[in-house]
Design a protein around this ligand. Structure first.
Ligand code: ADP
Ligand code: MG
Length: 382
């Protein structure tokens, strides 16, 4: 099989100057709170997006993706403007645009870029962050930008928020850049400080099953922005600076200030932040039974209060639970994508089969299964 460098050379008739990779992620717990200054607990998965890049003598930008055969996105450094370019190419273009907009005058040149993504696209495993972070890591090296991981996280988030037009939080980019093998990362989305929390489930006879429901509801749409707006309204109506600053008890005491929809949306955020801290405590005690219960509570909150689940996700979760999972929940933005289930290794075949059968019975597209232990974040390969 041809390597990415060989494929790059056959497309662009030149060798790449740099090759980098960045992983997708799953979030153990702490969903839809990274834009409310919350704590989240994701880990990087083993599947990565790789990019090969070479400098050009002119100012043109040529981008190809193995996952978009036949498509060449051709533009120039002087034409970069938010929400231009083919949709898939906006992720790398956004990163280049964000770098071009940094205060320091960086001597960007035109670029040839070839992308090969092994993170399933649109499955809730953050192929978008994997793509942005692999590009940012490669360009940081190629142009000696010396940007820290934190700076790269803000920069890639800006690319997705302002160039792609998707108001995502900072979690996906942070974990794709900062992941550590063997650990989940407690990430404080307020200042991007982190603590590695060992997630050694294999030695306890457990695995984290990832169920890609194959239901795809694109996230660049109103559903996400509407939830985010509800949280901002709650903050304004409660007169606080962020939902991070109110305890669960105080929230219930002051919740009468909020209209009903704002209250139940914000209740998800406030209780989910507490569940993340509880999850860290039980993980430190290697109490996986309690971790499973927290996953179940998180799903119920996302389904009932935040209403970002969908029938396919609910089915994957409920079948996992009824087949003996310690806990299960939807992950990612919702409206499709993946669920996770914390299961005993020996029950994996039975649970997979039960989910596949239930999906067929409901007329849903057959789900895909993955599992991954916590892996390292972005790196330069060449
Ligand atoms: P997720 O991040 O959960 O995978 P998103 O909808 O946020 O889902 O991002 C997926 C989009 O990112 C794809 O539809 C495509 O536009 C772009 N993308 C990600 N990886 C690649 C790739 N390898 N090649 C081309 N486009 C990609
Ligand atoms: Mg994404």
């Amino acid at each position: 099989m041809e390597t990415l460098a060989q494929q790059f050379s056959s497309y662009f008739s030149i060798a790449p100057d740099v090759i980098a990779q960045a992983p997708g992620r799953v979030n153990l717990i702490g969903e839809h709170i990274d834009y409310s200054d919350g704590y989240v607990l994701p880990f990087a998965i083993k599947d990565v997006t790789m990019v090969a890049i070479s400098r050009r003598d002119d100012r043109e930008i040529h981008i190809r993706s193995i996952q978009r055969p036949g498509d060449l996105n051709l533009t120039s450094l002087d034409e970069l403007s938010p929400q231009t370019g083919q949709i898939w190419a906006r992720y790398p273009l956004g990163v280049i645009w964000a770098i071009a907009g940094l205060d320091d005058q960086h001597h960007l040149t035109g670029l040839n870029i070839l992308i090969d993504g092994k993170v399933p696209l649109g499955a809730g495993l953050s192929s978008s962050a994997a793509l942005e972070c692999s590009i940012a890591t490669a360009l940081n090296e190629l142009f000696d930008l010396n940007l820290s991981l934190t700076e790269l996280a803000w920069l890639t988030q800006r690319a997705e928020n302002d160039y792609v037009g998707m108001p995502c939080g900072i979690m996906d980019q942070s974990i794709s850049l900062m992941g550590k093998a063997g650990s989940a990362l407690l990430l404080d989305t307020r200042d991007l400080s982190t603590e590695a929390i060992p997630f050694e489930i294999a030695s306890a006879g457990l695995e984290l099953l990832i169920i890609d429901t194959q239901a795809h509801h694109a996230l660049v749409d109103g559903g996400y922005a509407e939830r985010r707006a509800s949280c901002e309204k709650a903050v304004a109506d409660l007169g606080i600076t962020s939902l991070r600053d109110i305890s669960v008890d105080d929230f219930y005491a002051q919740g009468t200030l909020l209209d009903q929809t704002t209250f139940i949306r914000a209740r998800h955020a406030v209780t989910e932040m507490q569940r993340v801290l509880d999850a860290v405590a039980v993980l430190k005690a290697r109490d996986f039974i309690s971790l499973g219960k927290l996953l179940n509570q998180s799903h119920a909150s996302l389904r009932d209060d935040y209403t970002v689940s969908c029938p396919e996700l609910d089915l994957a979760v409920s079948v996992s639970q009824s087949q003996g999972a310690l806990g299960a929940r939807m992950v990612g933005g919702g409206f499709g994508g993946s669920a996770i289930a914390l299961i005993k290794v020996e029950s994996a075949p039975k649970i997979r089969e039960a989910i596949t059968t239930a999906f067929a019975k409901h007329g849903f597209t057959s789900p895909r299964f993955f599992n991954s232990l916590p892996s390292d974040g972005a790196k330069i390969l060449h």
